[in-house]
Design a protein around this ligand. Sequence first.
Ligand code: GUN
Ligand code: ZN
Length: 453
Amino acid sequence: MSLNRPHSDIENGGVAPVRAIRGAFLDFVADPFFTHEADAVRYHQDGLLVINETGHIQAFGDYATIADRYGDIPTQLYRDRLIMPGFIDTHIHFPQIGMMAAYGEQLLEWLNKYTFPTERKFQDPDYARDMADKFLDELLRNGTTTALVFAAVFPQSVDAFFEAAQARNLRMIAGKVMMDRHAPDYLRDTAESAYTETKALIEKWHKKERLLYAVTPRFAVTSSPAQLQKAGQLLTEYPDVYLHTHLSENINEVAFVQDLFPECDGYLDTYDQAGLVKDKSIFAHGVQLTDQEFQRLSAAGAAIAFCPTSNLFLGSGLFKIEQAKARENPVKLGLGTDVGAGTSFSILQTANEAYKVAQLRQQKLSPFKALFLATLGGARALSLDHQLGSFDPGKEADFIVLHPQATPLMALRNPEPTAKTVAALADLTFSLVIMGDDRTVEATYIMGEKSWG
Ligand code: GUN
Ligand code: ZN
């Protein structure tokens, strides 16, 4: 490194940066739902990303502008590729990796018939460890570098997941499912045991290296009011842990919750009365939300994980993206695969289905909006945008290398793999959203180290 350091550098005890990546880079500096798209997107057709010794971004910019300062650093060149921040999956179930494509049911029947028997297997720590490895390999293969993850009800399933994530140096958020009713005996905890076990897991894992904990009541159907209160007590005792649950996914579920909580003013209120609606609360689905509930989520700074492949697969409905991203009462929004109700680990495929959900509601989801949700939007939904989601110096260098000509058909669609204008970039990225999947992800880097590819 030369003495002439750009002001954007992050001080790192005087340690020189050790490596750089050169190629075409795309990330976001603002939300394209609220800022003119051309101003929200940042594109360097020939860019340089400098990574320091701790795996954080040291500098980022146009190659021609910053190369004189960093030109002597070992540099990996990616020609005809598109480099983006790693994808963020804001809702996924690790124990459901083996049960995708379970036929013919909607939510409540699907849970009883397929999901609960599957999750039972995670009582066995060896099995859970094996599945955790497979699950994380699958995320990385698909370019997902951070996820908000449901484990199973068994604390050992959380240990298995976090141990595997720690071994890969991943930034992951997860938690033990809390469920004390309307589930088979073999999966039920109690309000008290869920509290005690969750507390021990928070103490053990929260903020351990890159790992973070989410208090995880499954949903209002399977948690008694007493258990939701215990979840709220944990959030009070540990104000910086997350809350992760399901909300208003399916109409029969919403009706069931009304019956179970006659004293509450709707589904969200079952969580609100327990102190669970906060700015680090992430609610999966929200397909059936009322206007008033959208407003409450907005006011609380809470987030929704939009899971289109799951919503279509289970026939849950069409999420109102435009309502979540309205200028009045906007709600933080990320994309979730919701595997195993979701039908793909790929956030590109998830964005593809999000586009179609928008189409069915006479709305447009542009490729930049979709890719914002997949990266910086997801990071904001998880309150991690100070650490992840873009190439700003100081952030953690989790990024992916996309191949616009990964298949013969994509090569036909994209004869020019590197965009020279923002309009060409919009067209290229739309093809990635609609046609892309795991094959499109050539490499996945974690803290500046290649972890897959
Ligand atoms: N609601 C409660 N549990 C689940 C689950 O495992 N998957 C989905 N999609 N919805 C749920
Ligand atoms: Zn889910």
